[in-house]
Design a protein around this ligand. Structure first.
Ligand code: NAD
Length: 425
């Protein structure tokens, strides 16, 4: 457990100590950036999947003088397909920045450890969420700059592991960017500035939708063990993905936390599983959450997310002020791509040619915000930010091995006495 938390560190203390550490680290950050201002930045990517591919294309195409030199994954077939895709990539600005040798390709449980021993400057962690806290802890200890996809954990124990690693990482002056790309969207940045300057008056209510279809399910190959199947069908198991509110709705939640200048204090949520068959393939997730979050100033966020195929979709936010309403991006003509911009912002931070970026605190806060919504729904209880920050709940089986039995579930059912496996307090 995080010693600071044991010693009673509240989230406001965390913010303050992080700020002080950040200020002290600024000089070091500039020194690091000066060294790296002209060097070719070497990238290692861990998690050779769909998002890893999209992120790496944007990193390579978006920045001059960068190259990918190392890859890691749990599965050989994922790494091989990924490597071939990049070595033969149709875009010259991507293909020309690929320089991956055989001895820089790592497969297995120690892929993270081995990729960090190479001389990469940046680790891009685009793995499945369950593994993120330990990977980030190792990358921080190895002194690498980090890009980490969201969410950064699936449970409170994972968030605390991440937070502790990020405090030390930030103190070293290193850069860290989380894959919540809205924060790098010029339209959202410009609109928020105008809102902060009074464009819609004082914000009185927020609403966030993340309502779409089920991202994917994978049928079991009889050759696969329980664990291999869980990881290849990862979206559908809570310990792998965190459930849909943590894995997906975090984008809108993070946007609202950004607008409000920090996370909510408490949440009161409902939800359930309305259509998914009770089979191994459909796992143990719910398919809808409705959350009423309360921020410290008393303002409420109504947050809805669901995975209902064939229904109307919605993925926006709404901010209601005393003199107007905004969707958080309607006061700008910015036409850029936030997923490229985030890669440009990370490289500029490392080189010292742009603002220093360290997302550790705010992505931890947004992940806790999403987890507290999930836990309030699962248990039927009001849940506070502080409870989740301090909870021992750890849902990722440890250690993991391919020959272990991994039954699915339990599927959470709110009740007066919540399932012991899901106890958060
Ligand atoms: N920012 C966004 O808008 C956005 C969009 C899509 C996905 N994502 C995030 O990206 C992440 C990856 O999603 P994806 O759709 O690419 O999944 P994916 O299954 O396509 O890729 C994940 C990869 O990680 C590998 N992996 C799993 N455990 C590992 C371990 N212990 N060590 C090394 N490799 C391991 C898997 O084998 C797989 O190749 C998720 O966290 C997801 O939430 C973000």
């Amino acid at each position: 457990m995080n010693d600071d938390i044991d010693n009673g560190l509240t989230r406001r203390d965390f913010a303050r100590t992080s700020f002080l550490a950040g200020a002290a680290a600024l000089a070091a950050a500039h020194a690091t950036a000066a060294d790296l201002a002209t060097d070719t930045l070497k990238i290692g990517l861990l998690g050779c999947g769909g998002r890893g591919s999209a992120d790496l294309v944007r990193m390579l195409a978006g920045n001059p003088n960068v190259k990918v030199i190392a890859l890691g994954d749990l599965f050989q077939d994922h790494l091989d397909t990924f490597r071939k895709e990049f070595e033969t990539h149709k875009a010259e600005e991507v293909r020309s920045k690929v320089d991956i040798k055989d001895d820089h390709c790592f497969v297995g449980w120690d892929a993270c450890e081995r990729i960090l021993k190479t001389d990469i400057d940046i680790l891009m962690d685009t793995c499945t969420p369950y593994a993120r806290p330990k990977h980030i802890e190792a990358a921080a200890a190895a002194g690498k700059h980090i890009f980490a996809e969201k969410p950064i954990a699936v449970d409170p124990a994972g968030v605390r592991c991440f937070m502790k690693a990020m405090e030390a990482h930030k103190a070293k002056g290193l850069s860290m960017l989380a894959g919540t790309q809205f924060r790098h969207d010029g339209a959202r940045i410009e609109t928020l500035k105008k809102i902060q300057d009074g464009a819609i008056g004082e914000i009185k209510a927020l609403r966030s939708f993340y309502c779409g279809g089920l991202p994917f399910v994978v049928e079991r190959d009889p050759k696969w063990s329980d664990l291999e199947y869980r990881l290849r069908n990862w979206y559908n198991y809570c310990w792998c993905s965190g459930d849909n509110i943590v894995e997906q709705a975090i984008h809108g939640i993070d946007h609202c936390n950004w607008v409000m200048g920090g996370p909510p204090e408490s949440v009161f949520a409902s939800g359930g599983r309305s259509w998914k068959p009770l089979t191994e393939m459909y796992g143990d997730l719910w398919d809808n959450f409705s959350c009423d979050y309360t921020y410290p100033n008393g303002v409420h966020l109504a947050q809805y997310c669901r995975h209902w195929d064939g229904c109307d979709g919605a993925g926006d936010i709404s901010l209601t002020g005393t003199t107007g309403v905004s969707n958080g991006l309607d006061m700008s003509n910015w036409q850029g791509d936030s997923t490229i911009q985030e890669m440009v912002d990370l490289v500029n931070s490392i080189r010292g040619t742009g603002p220093h970026v360290h997302d550790g605190q705010r992505i931890a806060e947004s992940t806790i915000t999403a987890i507290m919504g999930r836990m309030s729904g699962y248990t039927g209880k009001r849940v506070t930010f502080k409870e989740i920050l301090e909870s021992d709940l750890s849902i990722v089986p440890d250690p993991l091995s391919f020959d272990m039995a991994l039954p699915v579930g339990p599927i959470p059912v709110p009740q007066v006495k919540p399932n012991a496996a899901l106890k958060y307090r």
